[in-house]
Design a protein around this ligand. Structure first.
Ligand code: TRP
Length: 449
């Protein structure tokens, strides 16, 4: 058998995994969800969800992938040959991957469009109404919305076809460090705007009256989404980890870095929102309206604005690569498809499913299910249903079927891990705490109890 592709260095593993975690979830979702759900109160709930559920599930997923060295379906077949039903986790992940890509590539398409618009100078305005108009024209034009989405699909697919080390890892190594630098520069600019304090107060002053069960589920869903867990992404990346990589440390680093990016993005956006009189609870369009305004108000702003959108495009790209890799790894390993064939098939399915999502502000705006248009439905179904459900099943698998002995062995990098208390804590979280928390939050939010 040919040598399986994988990440080639410790740094490569870290940036690729971080590249998966950092994405539109940080720069686009996190700020607007925090803005609409009570600022620091939401942040606190989000942090709890990350520590009690996110981190344990992430470590479990990576461990499973690295132990089996296979895609998300085959991993369960290999690790649990006597209980074939665990494979369902992998297939659920496949569905979630396609659903997420269907709306994610649309938002990424807006980002790519804004890169071009800022380059050509058609974005410079600080007043809310023209910023709204520019965004409105883009999302309500069927031709524009579709072609930007397809461009994103082609770019992502092209990199995936290059492979794991030469595609995913190579791109992440070049682009992730840049992303951090620019975000910091952006924050400095935003925090020195007049009125910045009000934005910070909005982001950090807790309003616990907003924290209902719906918000709990939103925070939990966001934790899954931002950490790329619950659908086999981390499992698939784990299968490319090097044997000596310390999994808990890597996962913890990724979590902290991911959180920092989210906070930086929040601190770059909210001060500007208040400085220029935008609506902090604007929802998904928030970033697209405020960022051009921040930059327009400073010397050399256009260059910074262009860079910001380029870097957001980069962040979204790293995340999309990791989502696309899930079905591609499955098809190449299970059905012996070439990477090219597997990629093209997945892209075709995503393009089909993604069309109603990207037209949901124009041609398909009346297509509603449960009162949600295609875009919101895909988002809700994946983040609030499939990912948490996948998370529960992964916890149950490790906690009740796989067991602590194998968990410990899986984490112990060729016998290196001696930290018993860590493994025990992790096991208790995976066996009882995380699945119970997810189940309670999900059932409550869905109105079942
Ligand atoms: N974490 C990415 C973000 O924040 C999105 C993402 C990548 C993802 N892979 C995933 C979400 C797997 C859920 C599952 O933008």
């Amino acid at each position: 058998m040919a040598q399986r592709d994988g990440f080639t260095s410790t740094f490569g593993v870290l940036v690729a995994t971080l590249g998966s975690a950092v994405g539109l979830g940080n720069i686009w979702k996190f700020p607007y969800l925090t803005g609409t759900n009570g600022g620091a109160g939401f942040l606190l709930v989000y942090l709890l969800a990350t520590l009690l559920v996110g981190l344990p599930v992430m470590i479990a997923e990576i461990m499973l992938g690295r132990t089996a060295r296979a895609n998300a379906v085959s991993t369960f077949e290999i690790l649990s040959p006597k209980q074939p039903f665990w494979k369902a986790i992998g297939y659920m992940g496949l569905v979630a991957a396609v659903l997420i890509l269907a709306f994610y590539t649309e938002v990424a398409g807006w980002v790519f469009a804004y890169v071009v618009k800022s380059l050509t100078g058609t974005l410079g305005h600080t007043d809310p109404s023209s910023a709204k108009a520019t965004f409105g024209t883009l999302v309500s034009s069927p031709a524009q919305a579709l072609s930007w989405q397809w461009l994103v699909l082609v770019i992502t697919g092209g990199i995936i076809m290059l492979g794991v080390s030469k595609g995913i890892e190579a791109v992440a190594k070049k682009l992730m460090p840049l992303l951090f630098l620019l975000l910091i520069a952006l924050c400095v600019r935003s925090l020195t705007l007049p009125g910045a304090a009000e934005g910070l107060r909005f982001l950090f002053a807790p309003d616990f009256s907003k924290i209902g069960t719906g918000v709990l589920l939103t925070a939990l869903g966001l934790a899954f989404f931002k950490l790329s867990i619950g659908m086999g992404t981390m499992l698939t990346y784990g299968s490319y980890f090097r044997p000596e990589q310390n999994i808990p440390t890597t996962a913890a680093r990724v979590m902290v870095a991911d959180l920092s990016v989210s906070l930086l993005a929040g601190m770059a956006i909210f001060p500007a929102v208040f400085a220029f009189g935008f609506e902090p609870a604007a929802g998904p369009s928030l970033v697209f309206m405020t960022i051009p305004a921040v930059f327009d108000s400073m010397p050399g702003g256009r260059i910074f604005m262009t860079l910001f959108f380029i870097l957001t495009a980069i962040a979204s790209l790293g995340a999309m690569l990791s989502i696309l890799e899930v079905p591609v790894a499955m098809m190449t390993e299970r059905w012996s498809y070439s990477r090219k064939k597997a990629t093209l098939i997945t892209l075709a399915v995503v393009a089909l499913l993604g069309a109603p999502a990207s037209l949901s502000q124009s041609l398909t705006q009346d297509w509603k299910l449960f009162g949600l248009n295609a875009f919101d439905l895909f988002d809700y179904l994946s983040s609030n249903v499939l990912l948490p459900l996948g998370g529960i099943l992964i916890c149950l698998f490790v906690g009740w079927s796989y067991g602590i002995a194998k968990l410990s062995a899986g984490l112990s990098n060729d016998g290196q891990l001696k930290n018993r208390p860590l493994v025990r804590t992790l096991f208790v979280l995976l066996r009882y705490v995380s699945p119970l928390l997810i189940a309670i939050v999900m059932l409550k939010a869905l109105g079942i109890f």
